[in-house]
Structure formats: structure tokens, C-alpha cells
Design a protein around this ligand. Structure first.
Ligand SMILES: [Zn+2]
Ligand SMILES: [Zn+2]
Length: 715
């Protein structure tokens, strides 16, 4: 943006330089020429008016005589997006000229560069050089702008141009140097950009900002921040919104709240927070630092808001797991009169996917259709993902097949593979994986994450091993997350030693995902020895994560090692950690109802508790045995049963059995992993009451029907 503004300034400077030059002193001398000059300046509003003036100038023979007028026509053709017309005029003039003027060449170079005709700009530049016309400080910035566009065939032209700035001595002109910095930065050759920057005798705000932005774009936020501080220290430059936008984004990348506050304070002190772009970037910066409250405060204090402001706040909520807040804000956005756009729709679709609510998902989809929003492939893929995460795999799959095969991209396939995987339908996921390759779509790293976890959820060990081997065949380098999927798959199947061997063979160091998968597998298969190894690694990586302590104490509890359980609980207490509160939500009527474990505040509490107790009696008559290993505390068995009965997901399902239409499915989402005892309870209940119970937990979907679960007890 800023570079663009500066190039515009250069255009004006050049025009001024030209009108002072001796060649031009005679140009609009005659009254006729002055008349055309006025006509071009005042009465030429579009391309068709321009064409008329152009043809009149040609008829009178003025167009080739007066370089000033012809340059004006070229500039206007460029402005109206017709550099091709400009070029034929230019060719006509240069063919007649003996000593072509660099002014006209520069005008044409600019016409191409400003219209994004990069290859043509470079070609014209080469022609200019061959014709013996000397480039100058008005030529290079525009040629370099063309070079900056990231297209491989231009790479060679680029080196030549840089060489010629040096040869002609213009490499020490501040505008040319700044263009070099910008071009190197845009070509992602950041160290070269810095070299030119460091060599500059004089730097203005644009140069500093270009370099600060370059680091931010190259995801080197620390460098960006350091340079911004240096700029404030060394130069007495007036604060610049563009630089603040870049720095705010850099801080967002680092995720450092302290720096975020100082950037915010800087913007306030220098009075540039009124700039809407700065305001938006501050909101986005806070959400990326994980502080939605500050983001909301900055958002609420904005004097003016545009779509971007609303969208950044909405996506901030979704990214930070506050989808409900996003829904509320979405209502406010509509009330404020700000029309949601496809970006808003995309954010809201992912909010509904996060909440897993069929009702809300359908509502947002209807909203998109009703408002005739443009549904591009990204939004389409997000909708498929949402329907699958709301438990509606049929609609998800139908939508996938409704996309024209040519329009489906790799993400469309990935979304559907992952959908089948989450619903435990590994065979279908594998089928899609084969199909996509037959259709010539190359799987990427996300495809492999999806297919490996699909195999893992369905217990398809050999198939999973094969897919993992496919990765190197298809030149997709296995990343840590793929190892985590493999460990998860082997671990769930009880192949704990093989999983551990795989971890030991990893080229990179294993992360929390890898050890977490092993720990979970150890919990399922009751292996406390490996469980301790996994947990100790996890305690080092993430000492403040309560989930790992809970899992390890589950392992100890299962083998009745109460002393260790006690020690762990002590350890958690001293660290101020508590088990994340379990929470389940059931779809009911037009909305949802939430239950905490042993919920004391829920208005339905009394009837739900009583109903649950009746259900347990009924299940026990059919052979249900409570799985007491799911209780953490060292308490009497009868108490354990009592605690088990009030797990949040059980309360939600009991409510569903009481209150929902017997023909409909009971749909529950839980924030944590479903426990063994609840899992077996739902199998019994689905059989006794002939109900379809769908539970989405932190990992996947469980469809309980006629006494069994779609996960085949494998999760
Ligand atoms: Zn449970
Ligand atoms: Zn299941």
C-alpha cells in the first residue's frame, strides 16, 4: 500500500521534472495543444472519451509531434486498464523517433507495471536498453516492482536489473534502494533485502516500514519487532499506521501479551488508533495472543468498525474456543447494519462445527442460502466439515458429491476422509483415499493425518501401516503429527511396544501429541510402566496440563495404586491445577441444554438424577456392571457407582431419553473424552430403549445403536 503511494508520488515528480525540462518548454505552446491538454485533464472520464480524443489527436497529426500529449494519453490508457492501447500508441511514436525520449519509455514502463503486466514490463525494459535509452531513477522503481511479483520466469530478468542499477550508479538513489528492498522482500530473499537496507545512507519511513513488514511476512516476528524498536529509537519519524499494522501482526505471531500491550499503548499515544486498519490489527493481535477479553475491549472502543473489524473479533472467539460468544456477536453484527460477507460465513460455519450443533449449523447454512452469498470451494468445504462435525455424515457426503469433480480440491477430499474417519468408518475413508488418487489429486500432509487417524479409529492397523509407507513414496515427509497418529493407532490396538519403538526411531523429537497418544493407550490397556515413561515426558513438555496428571492417575487407580494417585493429586494441587470440568451438551428443541458432572444447578437436575437411577437398575438386570476404574478417588465401591452415575454425558443422555421424541436420535457433545463406563452404559441404553445415541467427544463420534457402538469399542 505504502510502496504504491510512493510510486504514485514518483509519477508526479517525473511529470513535474518533464514539464520543466527544455524539451517540453515548447510543447503545449500552441493554443491547439493547450486545448487538448485541458481536454485530457478535464473532460476525459473513461476509455471511450479517451479514444475519441486520441483519434482526434491522430487526425490532426499532434499525437506524434507532442510527447507531452502522447504521454498523457498513455497515462490515461493505463489508468483505464488498457496498457495494450497505450503500447500501440507508444510503438507508433517510437518508430518515428530518431532519439527516443526516456520520459516516454518510463511512462510506458509504468503503464505496464501499474497494471500488473510484469513480463511485459521486463520485456519493454530490455527493449529500452537495446535501443540505447538510459534508464534512470524513474525507471528502476517500476521495473523492480514488476520483478517483485513472484513468478519464476522473471528470476533472471531480476538479476540483470539489479546489476544495472549498480552499473548506472542509481543503486544509491534512495527510491531505487527502497524499491530493491521491497523487491527482495517480496521475492522472499529477506537477507538480501536487509543487506540493501543496511547499506542505505538515508532511510525514510517507507524503507523502515517495508523492512519491518518484510520480516513480519517472512514469519520472522522477532526481527520485525527489533527493527520497529530501532526505528523509534534512531529516527525521529512520525508514527506510521502501516508499520504498526505489521508490528501488531508480528506480535500476534509471537503471541506475547506484554508486547501486545505496548504496541497498543504506542498506537494510543500517537493517536493512530483511530485508523481503522490499526484498530483491526490490534483486535487481531490480542486474539492471536489468546486474550479475547482485551481484544473485545479494543473492539468495543473502536470509533468506527468495518467488516474486517467484525470478522477479526468473530474469528478471535472461534479460534479461542468461544464459539457461543461468536454466535452472540454475529447477531450484534447484523443488528449494527454491517452486512456479513463470505468471510463472516466461513467463520460462523466453523463456530457451528466447533459447537457440533445440528440446529445452529442448519441455521447458518440457511442464512447463507437466503442471503445468496457466494459459496466458493473453501466455504463449501467448511460446510461439509460442519455437517460431519454436527453428526450429519449423510448431508456432508451428499454435499461433497454435489460439487463438480473439477472443482473439488485436495481440501474437499481431506474434509470428507476426516469425516468418515471421525465417524469410525475407516473402510469408506480408505476408499476415498484411493479414489482421490485415481482422479489425479495428490494427497498432502493433511490427507495423511486424516487417513491415518481414520485407520486408527477403525482399528485398521495393516492399512494404516501401508498409508504411512505411502508417504515416502508420494514424497510427503512424515511430520511429528503423523507419528502421533501412528502411535495412537498402534497403541489403541495394544501394540504398545511397537508404538514405543516407533517413538524411539523418530527423526525429530516427539511432542505432546506423540506422548499423549501413548499415555492414552497405556490407560486403555493398563500398562503403568510405559504410562509412567510417557507421563514423565509430558510433564516436562507441558507441566501445567492437568489432563496428563488425570490420565496417569487413572492408570494408577485402575491398578489400585492409591498412594501414587494421592501423590499425583498433591502434585496437581501444589501446581494449582484442577481437572478440566467435564461438560456435555444435548440438542433439545430449537436449542441445546448443558450438563456438568454432578450438576447441582441444572433446573432439570432432580428429575434427571432420579431417571438415571432408574436406568441403572434396569441396566443391571440386563447384566451391566459399573466400570469402577473410571473413578479417580479412593472411595468405597458403592460411592464410586454413585459418582459414575452423574457423569455429564450420562445426565445429558438420561435427559434425552426422558424428553426427546423416541423416533429421533439423541445427540450429545462432550468437551472431554467419553469414559469407559459411560460408553458401556450407552450401549445398554441404545439396546433397551431402541434409541440411536450419537456422542461426539474430544476425539471422535460414537454412534450407539442396538447395543453396540460404531467405534467397535475402539477409541
Ligand atoms: Zn463417564
Ligand atoms: Zn464408541
Amino acid at each position: 500500500m505504502q510502496v504504491q503511494r510512493r510510486l504514485q508520488l514518483l509519477c508526479k515528480l517525473q511529470a513535474r521534472a518533464f514539464s520543466c525540462a527544455p524539451a517540453s518548454s515548447s510543447s503545449p505552446s500552441s493554443r491547439l495543444e493547450a486545448h487538448y491538454d485541458r481536454l485530457l485533464k478535464n473532460s476525459c472520464d473513461d476509455a471511450s472519451a479517451l479514444k475519441q480524443i486520441h483519434s482526434s489527436l491522430t487526425t490532426r497529426g499532434l499525437i506524434t509531434q507532442d510527447p507531452h500529449l502522447s504521454a498523457q494519453v498513455i497515462i490515461r490508457y493505463s489508468k483505464y486498464g488498457h496498457p495494450d492501447h497505450a503500447r500501440s500508441l507508444f510503438d507508433g511514436i517510437t518508430a518515428r523517433c530518431e532519439r527516443p525520449d526516456s520520459f516516454l519509455w518510463n511512462t510506458m514502463v509504468r503503464a505496464y507495471a501499474n497494471n500488473g503486466y510484469c513480463a511485459d514490463t521486463l520485456e519493454l525494459y530490455a527493449l529500452m536498453r537495446r535501443g540505447g535509452v538510459l534508464p534512470n531513477n524513474y525507471t528502476f522503481p517500476f521495473v523492480l516492482k514488476a520483478c517483485a511479483s513472484d513468478s519464476e520466469p522473471l528470476a533472471r530478468g531480476w538479476e540483470v536489473v539489479h546489476g544495472e542499477t549498480i552499473k548506472t550508479g542509481f543503486d544509491s538513489d534512495m527510491y531505487v534502494e527502497a524499491a530493491l528492498v521491497d523487491a527482495y522482500a517480496k521475492r522472499q530473499q529477506i537477507s538480501y533485502a536487509r543487506k540493501v537496507f543496511d547499506g542505505m545512507m538515508q532511510r525514510d519511513l517507507v524503507c523502515w516500514t517495508t523492512m519491518v513488514t518484510a520480516y513480519e511476512q517472512a514469519e520472522q516476528p522477532q526481527e520485525s519487532l527489533m527493527l520497529f524498536c530501532r526505528m523509534q529509537r534512531e529516527e525521529s519519524l512520525s508514527p506510521d499506521p502501516v508499520a504498526v499494522v505489521s508490528v501488531a501482526s508480528a506480535v500476534g505471531q509471537v503471541g506475547d501479551l506484554k508486547s501486545a500491550k505496548s504496541v497498543h499503548a504506542y498506537a494510543i499515544q500517537n493517536g493512530i488508533l483511530r485508523d481503522i486498519c490499526v484498530g483491526n490489527s490490534v483486535v487481531a493481535m490480542y486474539t492471536k495472543c489468546g486474550n479475547v477479553e482485551y481484544a473485545r475491549m479494543a473492539f468495543d472502543r473502536m470509533e468506527e468498525r468495518d467488516k474486517i473489524s467484525w470478522n477479526s473479533m468473530l474469528s478471535g472467539y472461534v479460534q479461542n474456543g468461544q464459539a457461543n460468544e461468536a454466535l452472540l456477536l454475529f447477531e450484534q453484527m447484523q443488528d449494527s447494519g454491517c452486512q456479513p460477507n463470505p468471510v463472516t460465513a466461513l467463520i460462523m460455519v466453523s463456530a457451528c462445527a466447533f459447537l457440533g450443533s445440528r440446529h445452529l449449523g442448519k441455521k447458518i447454512h440457511d442464512y447463507i442460502l437466503k442471503n445468496e452469498m457466494k459459496v466458493d470451494i473453501t466455504l463449501q468445504n467448511a460446510l461439509i466439515d460442519m455437517y460431519s462435525k454436527c453428526g450429519n455424515l449423510e448431508t456432508a457426503s451428499k454435499m461433497f458429491y454435489e460439487i463438480h469433480p473439477k472443482e473439488r480440491d485436495v481440501s474437499s477430499w481431506n474434509v470428507l476422509i476426516s469425516a468418515y474417519g471421525m465417524h469410525g468408518r475407516g473402510e469408506e475413508a480408505l476408499n476415498l483415499y484411493m479414489q482421490m488418487q485415481e482422479k489425479g489429486v495428490a494427497p498432502n500432509h493433511i490427507t495423511f493425518t486424516s487417513i491415518l487417524s481414520a485407520c486408527s479409529h477403525a482399528g485398521l492397523i495393516n492399512e494404516g501401516r501401508k498409508c504411512f509407507a505411502d508417504m515416502s513414496k508420494l514424497s510427503v515427509k512424515p511430520e511429528v503429527k503423523h507419528y502421533a497418529c501412528m502411535v495412537d493407532m498402534l497403541g489403541r490396538a495394544g501394540l504398545l511396544d511397537e508404538a514405543f519403538d516407533l517413538i524411539k526411531s523418530m527423526p525429530a523429537s516427539p511432542n505432546d501429541g506423540v506422548w499423549g497418544a501413548l499415555l492414552l493407550a497405556c490407560r486403555v490397556h493398563g500398562n503403568s510402566e510405559l504410562g509412567e515413561i510417557a507421563a514423565n515426558n509430558l510433564f516436562q513438555i507441558e507441566p501445567e496440563h492437568p489432563g496428563y496428571y488425570v490420565l496417569l492417575s487413572n492408570i494408577y487407580a485402575a491398578s489400585r495404586r492409591w498412594q501414587e494417585v494421592g501423590k499425583l493429586r498433591e502434585n496437581m494441587k501444589t501446581r494449582g491445577l484442577s481437572k478440566p470440568a467435564a461438560f456435555s451438551v444435548i440438542e433439545y428443541g430449537q436449542g441445546t441444554i448443558g450438563f456438568h458432572t454432578a450438576d447441582q444447578l441444572n433446573p432439570y437436575r432432580g428429575e434427571v438424577y432420579r431417571h438415571m437411577e432408574r436406568l441403572v437398575v434396569e441396566m443391571k438386570m440386563r447384566g451391566y456392571l459399573p466400570d469402577r476404574s473410571c473413578v479417580l478417588h479412593d472411595v468405597e465401591d458403592e460411592d464410586k457407582d454413585h459418582i459414575l452415575n452423574y457423569h455429564s454425558e450420562k445426565l445429558a443422555v438420561a435427559f434425552g431419553l426422558m424428553r426427546t421424541d423416541p423416533e429421533s436420535a439423541i445427540t450429545v457433545s462432550k468437551n472431554l473424552r467419553i469414559c469407559n463406563d459411560c460408553h458401556s452404559t450407552f450401549k445398554f441404553l441404545s439396546d433397551i430403549y431402541q434409541r440411536w445415541i450419537v456422542v461426539r467427544d474430544a476425539n471422535r463420534f460414537h454412534h450407539f445403536q442396538a447395543g453396540s457402538c460404531s467405534c467397535k469399542d475402539y477409541w
